[in-house]
Design a protein around this ligand. Structure first.
Ligand code: NAP
Ligand code: MG
Length: 453
């Protein structure tokens, strides 16, 4: 049985050995999920709701344990990891209301009665990246289960520990065997098999645009339903009429949160040229204030990157001679640390400006006017998130409508709130997760006509 050694990215010490799932075991898990789904979809809506609430309560009771596991596995600051575990609870609780509200329609037709049913699609394969192992797992798992599907989840090879524990909690909560299974292992083995297997009816994939396009092609072979949450290169647009103190004080957290390993990172700061110097003067101390250090310390705001290989990738965007305008500090010694880094000025064709870095590196670029700001924000194949800072309400609305991206915030950097839909425009994704309609992504509409003649 192949194993993977989970490494603590803050200490480079081994945490645990995890057995990798083989292709044969994936097939067995899918068969269990097929059998379980036939039963699960028949469980009364109120009972499915009750089981989801019990699952949420167990997660709530284990927030500290899950947070500590994530801190050890992923290097997330413990405060952030507590929020992530809490998000799993909240998402489960939110979708526990769904089974009793999966209403169809009654459509006026001649000669009879026409009704629609939202039928669960069946077995869902859920492929999760390493950057937010808990939240992203819950965004797919909770609405899928609520909709009457069963879920086979594959965490990232690097970060399986919290997903495995949440899988145990599902069973402890009383979810029938096979409703939610977690299969640790490699993308090229477990992930690929989920995409290939004809009994898997839907894939939910979060990860890189590169792998996402391969998965989309793979799903075509069996016409699998597909949700894709992919990369981003989002803009933080600061107009001259904005509250510059607040815009500059918050800009570091909009990109250095989770050490920049965030698909929603506002990694391109666009500033109206007339206030560029004022903004930079405020940004520098804000970057220096970011607390980088031991993730198990409650005061830590930024931890290490996930791996040595990823740190080398991030560092490649800041070669010798790069225009480093501000650079924070990192702890000495072991750990995959990389300092918060601001690059300015950067040429428009520089990889640091055009590519998703997925690390704590941000560029600052001036713009001339509103039209130029929108053009620069849209000059990317991605379209996931973004922020707009202005005190002019009309401008805020015009720019929000002009930027081609799925999630925008005005005078704030909020992106993912489970009450509201989340997902990408352009090459940042396909479909939406979260919000009131998320269960629709796990159902197919069945139309039934009943003759009255
Ligand atoms: P990744 O390399 O694309 O991997 C994502 C997941 O896919 C992992 O579980 C991976 O398994 C698996 N995988 C890899 N190759 C596969 C294949 N051929 N078939 C099936 N599954 C396969 O992404 P990552 O490096 O983990 O995560 C970073 C990326 O995720 C960034 O681009 C980021 O923007 C994106 N992201 C997007 C969102 C969003 O909501 N839009 C949220 C978070 C992250 P292994 O890890 O075992 O290889
Ligand atoms: Mg990868």
């Amino acid at each position: 049985m192949p194993t993977h050694t989970v490494i603590n990215p803050a200490t480079e010490q081994p945490v645990r050995q995890v057995e990798q799932t083989t292709v044969e075991q994936v097939d067995e898990a899918i068969q269990r999920a097929v059998r379980a789904q036939q039963h699960w979809r028949e469980v009364a809506p109120a009972d499915r709701a009750r089981l989801l609430r019990r699952f949420a309560e167990l997660v709530d009771a284990c927030v500290e344990e899950l947070a500590a596991l994530e801190t050890a596995n992923s290097g997330h600051p413990v405060g952030a990891a507590r929020w992530e575990a809490g998000q799993v609870r909240d998402v489960l609780m939110y979708y526990s209301a769904a089974p009793e509200r999966m209403t169809g329609r009654q459509i006026p037709v001649p000669g009879g009665l026409d009704v629609t049913f939202k039928e669960p699609v069946g077995v869902v394969g859920l492929i999760v990246p390493w950057n937010f192992p808990m939240p992203i797992l819950s965004w797919g798992m909770a609405p899928a289960i609520a909709a009457g599907c069963t879920v086979v989840a594959k965490p990232a090879e690097l970060t399986p520990l919290t997903a495995m524990r949440i899988g145990e909690l599902a069973l402890d909560a009383g979810l029938p065997e096979g409703v939610f299974q977690v299969l640790p292992g490699k993308g090229s083995v477990v992930g690929q098999r989920l995409v290939e297997h004809p009994a898997v009816r839907k894939i939910v994939f979060t990860g890189s645009t590169e792998v996402g396009t391969q998965i989309m092609a793979g799903c075509a072979r069996t016409v699998k339903r597909l949700t894709l949450e992919l990369g981003g290169k989002s803009a933080n647009i600061v107009f001259a009429d904005a509250d510059l103190d607040k815009a500059a004080a918050t800009a570091p957290y909009a990109v250095f949160d989770n050490a920049g390993q965030d698909c929603c990172a506002r990694s391109r700061i666009l500033v109206e040229a007339s206030v560029l110097d004022e903004f930079m003067a405020r940004l520098e101390p804000a970057v220096q204030r970011v607390q980088v250090g031991d993730p198990s310390d409650a005061g830590t705001e930024m931890g290490p990157l996930i791996s040595a290989a990823h740190r080398a990738h991030v560092a490649s965007y800041v070669p010798d001679g790069a225009p480093v305008a501000v650079r924070g500090t990192v702890p000495a010694g072991a750990g995959f640390w990389y300092p918060p880094t601001v690059l300015a000025p950067v040429p428009a064709d520089s990889p640091a400006y055009t590519e998703e870095i997925f690390g704590p590196v941000v560029t600052v670029t001036p713009f001339a006017d509103e039209a130029d700001a929108i053009a620069k924000a849209n000059d990317t194949p991605y379209g996931l998130s973004g922020s707009i800072w202005t005190s002019n309400v009309g401008r805020a609305i015009r720019v929000a409508r002009g930027v081609e991206t799925g999630n925008l915030s005005v005078n704030s950097h909020s992106s993912v709130r489970y009450w509201t839909p989340f997902g990408g425009f352009k090459q940042s994704g396909l479909g939406r997760e979260l919000g009131p309609d998320a269960t629709d992504a796990f159902t197919d509409v069945k139309n039934v006509f009943i003759a009255t003649d």
